[in-house]
Design a protein around this ligand. Structure first.
Ligand SMILES: Nc1ccn([C@@H]2O[C@H](COP(=O)(O)OP(=O)(O)OP(=O)(O)O)[C@@H](O)[C@H]2O)c(=O)n1
Length: 448
């Protein structure tokens, strides 16, 4: 592990400026943890015994938004740096934020209010690593341990329970037993946390290298509060030759089998979320769309709205859940029909979803299914490259052309355009203005 930390020049200058005025200053928290792990920190936070107004006076460009909590944001070369005065948090009545903060002159007190030992490390070039709570040893041993009393840390801020599991997933660290026990004992407090924050933590777990650690949410009892629909999937067996796994095992395997993209991983997490319901009702074995896919879509929509996802993500994830079991054959007509229904962005995401779904099922069927999927991928790339028509936009006639030919404005126009597209998908050579006009004249001019 790397012990001498590289600090960017602008951050070194901030520390030097504070030191020159007689103040202590350290980089602290996530940036120290990540640097020690050899990862590039995404931001640099600084902690100091300088009071906010004194800090502000030292820098040309500052932002005041965090002043109430002792934070001055300093802007240098278009980068924001948070400089926070050493503080002890007051009472937490909402299990999320301190009601009021109290400044302190002790670095140790400041570090003691932080969530985990690996996040309670501070560093500056003159003093080296400041480690009062065994954070270095825990980093070495790959352990997530609450600072001092885990119960108190989680009662102060219930989000930390999700952070513990998320860090465990991101870093592949074990959660120390007392810390894990305190999560189980405080699980109900997660109800005080906003859906947006829960969404962000779940997403970070999902896109991490260890999304299977999501099962720690079940082990600690958090899952039934934040994602009860997935709790219902735990251990549910499936009567189907493709599935030797329970719904939850298959789901986690499927998440692991797809690249770490937010939309794709959420789609895999939700693709079978309706299965426990269809299994317990007579919907099991019915047509896929009216069976588990429809229920999975409805539940997914509830979950995504509850977690306040943006509309674009909801739309993409829902479509992938909706189409994940759709049959696509390896022939031009079937592929063009799929492209026409869902567009090419969803289509190529769907191929990834289908592959992950297959890889997470019974492996004895895998090889031929992968070959088929690969052929579909090649053929569809060829269709797209050769600009073959599969959407109304690419049709050689438009609505106005039909009106000029004498078709009445109204729903006939859409009906005829779609019929023409059916023909063009079947016979691409028909997609010229003159041929399509000829077809309209001969087939449709008597439609009203
Ligand atoms: N609920 C929280 C959130 C943050 N912190 C402290 O504030 C630091 C910075 O918080 P944040 O930027 O949210 O987290 P990072 O640890 O930097 O990690 P990430 O950015 O991945 O969330 C943390 O390291 C930790 O010392 C805390 O004690 N309790």
């Amino acid at each position: 592990m790397k012990k001498d930390l590289f600090i960017p020049e602008d951050v070194q200058n901030i520390i030097a400026k504070l030191n020159n005025k007689g103040y202590e200053a350290y980089v602290v928290g996530g940036c120290v943890r990540d640097s020690l792990l050899g990862k590039e920190p995404k931001d640099w936070d600084i902690t100091t015994n300088s009071l906010p107004h004194d800090t502000k006076a030292l820098f040309v460009k500052t932002i005041d938004t965090g002043l109430k909590h002792g934070t001055v944001i300093v802007v240098i070369n278009n980068e924001n740096y948070e400089i926070t005065t050493y503080r002890i948090d007051g009472e937490y009545s909402d299990n999320r934020r301190p009601d009021k903060v109290e400044f302190t002159t002790s670095l140790k007190d400041d570090l003691s209010r932080r969530d985990f030992t690996i996040n309670a490390l501070a560093y500056n070039p003159a003093s080296g690593i400041m480690d009062y709570f065994g954070g270095m040893e825990d980093l070495d041993n790959q352990i997530i341990r609450a600072v001092r009393n885990a119960d108190e840390r989680f009662k102060e801020d219930a989000l930390r329970m999700l952070r513990a599991i998320r860090f465990s997933a991101q870093l592949d660290f074990q959660i120390e037993s007392k810390t894990l026990k305190a999560i189980s004992e405080n699980k109900e407090l997660i109800n005080n946390i906003s859906p947006e924050r829960i969404r962000e933590e779940l997403t970070k777990m999902l896109v991490s290298p260890n999304p299977h650690k999501l099962l720690l949410l079940h082990d600690t009892g958090l899952l039934k509060f934040i994602l009860p629909e997935f709790e219902n999937c735990i251990g549910v067996r499936q009567n189907n030759p493709y599935h030797m796994y329970s719904v939850s095992e298959h789901t986690i395997n499927a998440v692991l089998s797809i690249e770490n993209d937010k939309v794709l991983r959420w789609a895999m997490l939700l693709h079978d979320i309706g299965k426990p319901i269809t299994k317990s009702t007579d919907l099991e074995g019915t047509d896929h769309f009216y069976g588990h896919q429809k229920v999975s879509m409805d539940l997914s929509l509830d979950i995504l709205k509850r977690l306040r996802f943006d509309n674009k993500s909801i739309d993409l994830i829902l479509k992938l859940v909706q189409y994940h079991d759709m049959k696509i054959d390896c022939d031009i007509k079937s592929i063009k029909s799929a492209l026409r229904i869902m567009g090419k962005e969803i289509f190529f995401m769907l191929l990834k979803v289908k592959e992950a779904d297959m890889r997470a099922q019974n492996l004895i069927y895998l090889e031929p299914r992968l070959v088929e999927l690969d052929n579909i991928r090649c053929l569809s790339e060829r269709i797209i490259k050769s600009n073959e028509c599969y959407t109304l936009n690419a049709l050689a006639v438009k609505g106005n052309d039909l009106i000029e030919l004498g078709i009445k404005q109204g729903k006939d126009i859409g009906f005829i355009l779609n019929k023409l597209l059916d023909m063009v998908i079947e016979s691409p050579e028909l997609n010229t203005y003159s041929q399509l006009c000829q077809i309209v004249r001969s087939h449709f001019l008597n439609i009203h």
